[in-house]
Design a binder for this molecule. Structure first.
Ligand code: NAD
Length: 497
């Protein structure tokens, strides 16, 4: 909902060229607490002109050379300072994340720790960006040098607002890039707090990081289309990823990396650790309200243990308390918005209509929770892989439990999807685990676990789950160009003519 400028609510400004500003427009966006539907704050709905100012600020900061030519130690120092400030403000920021996004507070606290670690990890990379010497045969030295890619557009989703921003800001800063970050419409508050941290670090030149709030189809699209932008790093839906790639192709062929959606299989064989498996089937699908790109939303269970497994899932699921994230007893919070809740409810209705058996949950919660956007976690049994709830990313707490006969069928079902982000297999047979791990076409694969994520290890998808990788050494590569430099060691003409 948009409203004209009001004075009775806290207006949180954007950050452009080292200034806090509400931009050129007069429209503000209400930022809602999904646990009770109340307006938490307002942020500017930036115009395309605001975005162009931010891009100009980033361009000027890049071209001045101050940041890209800073030493690795100088850049590392800034990243470590950001990490320290995040740790110092962790509880305040975690509360803000929960109030804005809906997830349980203890999950926001994890996210804050992970975001700080991400800045520390890439702070380490800032001093370790090396080139190579290429073994060319002539009397010459050939080198590959690494240089920052330039001005970057960083577009992030709402499910891990600060953490997804950290995954992009930290490596881009380490590489020496300048950037404009665009948070999701619904969840800008934690990154706008981060702007205050950045502003307080005097070694970070103005204009290196800019943060612009607004609509994806306006200011997000401007970032993807603008000729002054050298690269867009995007995390979000496959649908919008496609638009970004098109916009990049139709403008200046800027570099694009995409972290997109998924419909990931979590595969349980009859020889799995049953108790741990049941718990993880729920955790990997319902953590963060299921609003996770790598959610194990297709739970493939071998027929010989299927009934027992589903029954155990239902029993365990009864212990998951749903409610406001600020209450420490709640393990599942509100969905991010009413619009998203309605979309999830439509998928649940479709699951029932297509003949899947809803064996637990799947109801919008009323009573004290009626003003918030709460749904009880849903377990569908007897799902086949052609049903809509097994094919489309729901991005909510909806589990589709699919039976399979043997290893070959499990692999075939796992791969029968346009996505390829993640997957997992549960078995005590290491040979089977390795066969399945190699056969499933996905960018991240776990054995006897699902979801642990580390900034030291690569993250990204096969097929329509994206292109490029974040985190690990790939994270920093994402923001670097490679220049081949050839130094001729012969003197005099080469004698060609
Ligand atoms: P979304 O695609 O709707 O929006 C993501 C971002 O893109 C937002 O900031 C939005 O404002 C912006 N945007 C929207 N339209 C745009 C346009 N035309 N041009 C430029 N930017 C535009 O996604 P969402 O609903 O915010 O997030 C959920 C999606 O994100 C899910 O599909 C999920 O799987 C994906 N995701 C992927 C990963 C990963 O690592 N692969 C991680 C988290 C989330």
């Amino acid at each position: 909902m948009n409203t004209e400028l009001k004075n009775d609510l806290k207006t949180v400004p954007m950050y452009i060229g080292g200034e806090f500003t509400t931009g050129a427009g007069s429209v503000l966006m209400d930022i809602i607490n999904p646990a009770n539907g109340e307006v938490l704050a307002q942020v500017p709905q930036a115009t395309r002109q605001d975005m162009q100012s931010a891009i100009r600020a980033a361009r000027t900061a890049f071209d001045s050379g101050e940041w890209r030519q800073a030493t690795g130690i100088q850049r590392a120092t800034v990243l470590f300072k950001i990490a320290a400030a995040l740790r110092a403000k962790a509880s305040e920021l975690a509360e803000l994340e929960t109030l804005n996004m809906g997830k349980p507070l203890f999950e926001s606290e994890y996210d804050l720790g992970d975001a700080a670690t991400c800045f520390e990890y890439f702070g380490g990379w800032a001093t370790k960006i090396y080139g190579e010497v290429n073994p060319v045969p002539d009397n010459a030295v050939s080198m590959s040098m690494k240089e920052p890619v330039g001005v970057c557009g960083l577009i992030v989703p709402w499910n891990y607002p600060l953490l997804m921003a950290a995954w992009k800001l930290a490596p881009a800063l380490a590489a020496g890039c300048t950037m404009v970050l665009k948070p999701a419409e619904t969840t800008p508050l934690s990154v706008l707090e981060l702007a205050k941290i950045l502003d307080g670090i005097e070694e970070l030149p103005k204009g290196v990081v800019n943060i612009v709030t607004g609509l994806g189809e306006e200011v997000g699209a401007e970032l993807a289309e603008n000729h002054q932008v050298d690269k867009v790093a995007f995390t979000g839906s496959t649908e919008v990823g496609r638009l970004i790639m098109k916009a990049a192709a139709d403008s200046n062929l800027k570099k694009v990396s995409l972290e997109l959606g998924g419909k990931s299989p979590n595969i349980f064989f009859e020889d799995c650790d049953f108790e741990a498996g049941v718990e993880n089937a729920l955790f990997a699908c319902f953590v963060n309200q299921g609003e996770v790109c790598s959610a194990g939303s297709r739970i493939l269970v071998q027929k010989s243990i299927y009934e027992k497994f589903v029954t155990a899932m239902v029993e365990k699921c009864k212990t998951i308390q749903v409610g406001p994230g600020m209450n420490p007893e709640n393990k599942l919070g509100a969905l991010v918005s009413e619009e998203h809740l309605n979309r999830v409810m439509e998928y649940i209705a479709k699951g029932k209509a297509e003949g899947a058996q809803l064996v637990f949950g799947g109801e919008r919660l009323g009573g004290d929770l009626a003003k918030g956007f709460f749904v009880s976690p849903a377990i569908f049994a007897q799902v086949n892989n052609q049903m809509t709830i097994a094919r489309e990313e729901i991005f909510g707490p909806v589990a589709a439990v699919i039976p399979f006969e043997d290893e070959a069928e499990a692999i075939a079902i796992a791969n029968d999807t346009p996505y390829g982000l993640a997957g997992a297999v549960w078995t005590r047979d290491i040979f089977k685990a390795m066969r399945v791990s190699k056969a499933v076409r996905a960018g991240i694969f776990w054995v006897n676990h699902m979801q642990p994520t580390y900034c030291e290890a690569p993250w990204g998808g096969y097929k329509q789950s994206g292109t490029g990788r974040e985190l690990g050494k790939y994270g920093v590569e994402n923001f670097l160009e490679t220049k081949q430099l050839h130094i001729n060691l012969n003197e005099g003409p080469m004698g060609w003519y």
